[in-house]
Design a binder for this molecule. Structure first.
Ligand SMILES: Nc1ncnc2c1ncn2[C@@H]1O[C@H](COP(=O)(O)OP(=O)(O)OP(=O)(O)O)[C@@H](O)[C@H]1O
Ligand SMILES: [Mg+2]
Length: 250
């Protein structure tokens, strides 16, 4: 059964950074090709993974709506959607990436959205691991882009406000009855020791487990230069922590 990891958290805390590094680490650990889903309308997971994204599901959805009458005879609408979904996929050595993109236009998307959801579910079944990089905040949880996940990872900065947001995201996921079997809080960009009051906040936040990732100047530098994180050095300080994190997953 496919193991789905969803990464959530408030804006700018490092969701896409963690997603891209976790995808690499999971692939290295298991030897499998990971399905990476960029579910942030403001997509940038492809940049972090160092691949060119040529089409998003959002753009394809628009094309499909516009050209619904042009479907050749003998081709079902479902086949057409599946074909387009494959077009929006970038295939790499360690991962295949699907970029959801924005919902463009104002047409009625229910039919196509439902089809897409079904097909995404089907595509996911072909992979042992799926990592979903979500948009900031919690709206995506209420929209239920993903019904089921195995691990919910919430990323936070090392601040009280950040931990409070992380706690709310976990609470909302539970309220929405989203099906997840494990949850993990990742405190990112930690410099030195965590202060005692923050440790208390973390303990109170209600996560099953938590871990930290160090503030990493190499990540910062590559991002500033617009370079992918696949270029991190072998002895990078975060890579080892993320490898350990990947080991905690199935
Ligand atoms: N451990 C780290 N050390 C140093 N810089 C980091 C670290 N993690 C993330 N960053 C930097 O923080 C910024 C935000 O990271 P990232 O884009 O991954 O966050 P995000 O949560 O995906 O943001 P958004 O909500 O906009 O999608 C980037 O400039 C990134 O390089
Ligand atoms: Mg992001």
């Amino acid at each position: 059964m496919t193991y789905i990891v969803a990464i959530a958290g408030k804006g700018g805390v490092g969701k896409s950074t963690l997603s891209s590094m976790l995808i690499q680490a999971l692939s290295e650990r298991t030897g499998e090709i990971i399905l990476a889903v960029d579910a942030d309308p403001n997509a940038n997971l492809g940049d972090k993974l160092g691949v060119e994204v040529e089409g998003t599901i959002g753009q394809l959805r628009e094309d499909l709506l516009e050209r619904a009458d042009e479907i050749p005879t003998g081709v079902s609408k479902q086949d057409m959607v599946m074909y387009h979904l494959r077009l929006a996929m970038v295939e790499g050595k360690k991962f295949d990436l699907i970029t959801m993109g924005r919902q463009e236009g104002r047409g009625c998307y229910c039919y196509i959205n439902n089809l897409l959801r079904t097909f995404l579910d089907n595509v996911m079944e072909d992979y042992p691991y799926v990592v979903i990089d979500n948009e900031a905040g919690m709206e995506h949880l209420s929209r239920r882009t993903c019904q089921r996940m195995d691990a919910l990872i919430v990323v936070s900065d090392p601040t009280s406000v950040g931990i409070t947001t992380a706690r709310r995201i976990l609470e909302l996921a539970k309220e929405m009855e989203i099906d997840f079997s494990s949850n993990l809080l990742v405190i990112n960009r930690v410099k030195g020791e965590l202060p005692a009051n923050l440790l208390e906040d973390i303990e109170d936040a209600g996560f099953d487990n938590w871990t930290i990732l160090p503030h990493d100047e190499e990540i910062e530098l590559l991002t500033e230069q617009g370079l992918p994180l696949t270029g991190l050095s072998r002895d990078n300080i975060s890579t080892e922590s993320i490898r350990k994190l990947a080991q905690q997953l199935r």
